[in-house]
Structure formats: structure tokens, C-alpha cells
Design a protein around this ligand. Structure first.
Ligand code: ADP
Ligand code: ADP
Length: 216
């Protein structure tokens, strides 16, 4: 049976960083809703144009388009063994849609690591984040700078600061997270799937805790 892991946590806590590492060690596909929206933005698709107006304001893209984008993505062959979902679901309606989708495949959400950190840590991380243009590799100006300033270590493309990583937008996104995504924490706790992880630790320690928790 396929394995589906939902990484839950506020903006900037380190979900993308950990999802990439877990995906490499587990061979599960990394499915990031934010990356998919940014890809659509770059390719100037209709979905990208629609998403941009919400992303720029730090608001969530409407559930219907988000759900159908994820449905398409997890139906691709590279998700046959399962996936690490990063940034989805983010609302109760998305969680229900995910459960329905996976039930169609005869699967379910297996585990939900919930990574946490204080708001000041989130703002410092997200506002110092640098993202690679070609493939979304993640850096931080202080905690994880690229070897050569402005250039991705992995694919040599330019790194840029996301429009929505300005302090004001990050603060708004954290508020949106508390209002719209927090109910999922209780939802998955009640389902016995939530695993709390201390996200304030260095990247390597967070990975160790995640791997140990997922083994159990
Ligand atoms: P999210 O996907 O949850 O928004 P990211 O993985 O993109 O978070 O990380 C946000 C920023 O914080 C990035 O600049 C990343 O390099 C940095 N970061 C991630 N995890 C850690 C950590 N454990 N310690 C310090 N910085 C981190
Ligand atoms: P972060 O890594 O900081 O958590 P993301 O890259 O996941 O941020 O998301 C960036 C933006 O993309 C969000 O502010 C929102 O506008 C949009 N987005 C991403 N995932 C979702 C989702 N599941 N539902 C609605 N909007 C989303």
C-alpha cells in the first residue's frame, strides 16, 4: 500500500526543507502546493494568474482549484508509492478532499508530523529565505546561505527572495495559518496521526526526530 505523509506546520517552520530530505531518503514524491503554484506562476498559466492574486496578499488560494491541482499531481506515476505532502491540506475542506482522494486509491494519510516554532522564529526564517528559480531549492541568508552568493549550489540557477516573504506578508500568512489551518491539528490528533516535532532545532536534528517518529 502507498504511504502518504502530511507535513503540517506554520509558514517558515521548515516543512519544505524537511520534505526534500525525507523524499530523497524514502523515495516518496515531494508534493508541495506552494511549489506547484509558483511553477504555474512562472509558466503564466490561467491557474498561475488566479493564484497570484491570493499569494501576493498572503491569503489562501480557493479550495476548489487547490484540490484539483493536488488531485492531478498525486495521480501521476511518480506518486504510485505515495507522497510527502508539504503545504496541503491547509483547510478542513482540503483535508476531507484528500481523504476522499486517497480512499479512491485504497489508501489513507498514514502520519502527520506537526512541526512547530515560535512566531519570531518563523518570521526570521521566512523573511531570510532565498529560493532557487529553477527548482525551488531552499536557502537562508543566515542559517543556510548558498556557497556563492545569489547562485543555487545544486543547479546553478539564480536564487531570489519570494514576494510573499516580506515581513508584512509573512505576518499575514502566519495569521491565516492560525485561522484556517490550525483546526487540522486537532483533526489529525483525534485521528491518532499527529506527531509533534520541535522545529526550533537545527535542520539535522529535526530530520533525526522526524525519521525516528516515522519509524514508530
Ligand atoms: P516552510 O516550507 O515551512 O515554509 P522552509 O523549509 O522553506 O519552510 O524554511 C524556511 C526558511 O528557514 C528557509 O530559509 C530555510 O533555509 C530555513 N530553515 C528551515 N529549517 C531550518 C532550521 N531547522 N533551522 C534554521 N533555519 C531553517
Ligand atoms: P510556506 O512554505 O511559507 O508555508 P507555501 O509555499 O506553502 O508557503 O505557500 C505560498 C502561498 O501559496 C500561500 O500563502 C497560499 O497563497 C498558496 N498556497 C499554498 N498551498 C496552499 C493550499 N494548500 N491552499 C491554499 N493556498 C495555498
Amino acid at each position: 500500500m502507498a504511504t502518504y505523509i502530511v507535513l503540517l506546520g506554520p509558514p517558515g517552520v521548515g516543512k519544505g526543507t524537511q520534505a526534500r530530505i525525507l523524499s530523497e531518503t524514502s523515495k516518496l514524491a515531494h508534493v508541495s502546493s506552494g511549489d506547484l503554484f509558483r511553477e504555474n506562476l512562472k509558466n503564466e498559466t490561467e491557474l498561475g494568474k488566479l493564484a497570484k492574486s491570493f499569494m501576493d496578499k498572503g491569503e489562501l488560494v480557493p479550495d476548489d482549484v487547490t484540490i484539483s491541482m493536488i488531485r492531478d499531481r498525486i495521480s501521476r506515476p511518480d506518486c504510485e508509492a505515495g507522497a510527502i505532502l508539504d503545504g496541503f491540506p491547509r483547510t478542513p475542506a482540503q483535508a476531507t478532499a484528500l481523504e476522499d482522494m486517497l480512499a479512491e486509491f485504497g489508501s489513507e494519510v498514514n502520519a502527520v508530523p506537526y512541526i512547530t516554532a515560535a512566531e519570531s522564529v518563523l518570521v526570521e526564517r521566512a523573511s531570510g529565505r532565498w529560493t532557487c528559480k529553477a527548482q525551488g531549492h531552499i536557502y537562508h541568508e543566515k542559517f543556510n546561505p548558498p556557497k556563492q552568493a545569489g547562485v543555487c549550489d545544486i543547479d546553478g540557477s539564480e536564487v531570489y527572495q519570494r514576494e510573499d516573504d516580506k515581513v508584512e506578508t509573512v505576518t499575514k500568512r502566519i495569521r491565516v495559518y492560525f485561522e484556517q489551518t490550525m483546526p487540522l491539528v486537532e483533526h489529525y490528533r483525534t485521528a491518532g496521526k499527529l506527531i509533534e516535532i520541535d522545529g526550533t532545532q537545527p535542520v539535522e536534528q529535526v530530520t533525526k526526530d522526524l525519521l525516528a517518529a516515522l519509524k514508530r
